[in-house]
Design a binder for this molecule. Structure first.
Ligand code: FES
Length: 184
């Protein structure tokens, strides 16, 4: 389920530009979807509809490709992306607890959601990121945080939020100075 308030605004001319450059044939489906995802961080429904309307790719072909490849996401992504490694080493070392702790601070209670209601952060599960000796590991943006317990993950997230001036909507997110301002 996606948060409608986080949906991107799609410029039809931009989508048409990708079609002109990448082609209208079914073989252009992957490059077109990659262009859309690079621009928006996910595949907005409006962009998908424009591709179907203006190419030889039908809706079932396009959605089939979009749902087949793990690189594509159909829901809006937050302004900051947290990747929690769920490869074998991290899974064994408690990656699930990292997710639980992060979602708590972000106020994400619906299991079908992975993005905070204010669009600040998305928590995404990823496969092995190649530093298994440091498990469990998460990335916030490009920065890796190794050997984490749930409390460590929360601490790093709160610190990051302060750095980028994001408000954490969940419990304990009040450590963010902006959250305190809003409460007073
Ligand atoms: S399993 Fe997590 S870094 Fe390899």
């Amino acid at each position: 389920m996606s948060n409608a308030s986080l949906e991107a605004t799609v410029d039809p001319a931009q989508v048409q530009g990708w079609i002109t450059t990448l082609g209208k044939e079914p073989s252009a489906a992957v490059p077109l979807l990659q262009a859309v995802q690079r621009a928006f961080g996910y595949l907005p429904r409006k962009a998908m509809d424009l591709i179907v309307e203006n190419t030889d790719i039908n809706a079932s072909q396009l959605f089939g490709v979009a749902t087949f490849y793990a690189q594509f996401r159909l829901d809006p992504v937050g302004r900051n992306l947290i990747k929690v490694c769920h490869g074998t080493a991290c899974h064994v070392q408690g990656a699930d607890r990292l997710n639980t702790s992060l979602r708590h601070v972000l106020g994400i209670t619906d299991e079908s959601e992975d993005t905070a209601s204010n669009g600040s952060y998305t928590v995404e599960d990823v496969a092995c990121i190649g530093c298994c000796s440091l498990a469990p590991v998460m990335l916030i943006g490009e920065q890796a945080f190794p050997n984490l317990k749930g409390a460590d993950a929360q601490r790093h997230l709160v610190k990051h939020a302060k750095t980028v001036s994001e408000i954490l909507p969940g419990k304990d997110g009040g450590e963010n100075p902006k959250s305190k301002e809003n409460k007073s």
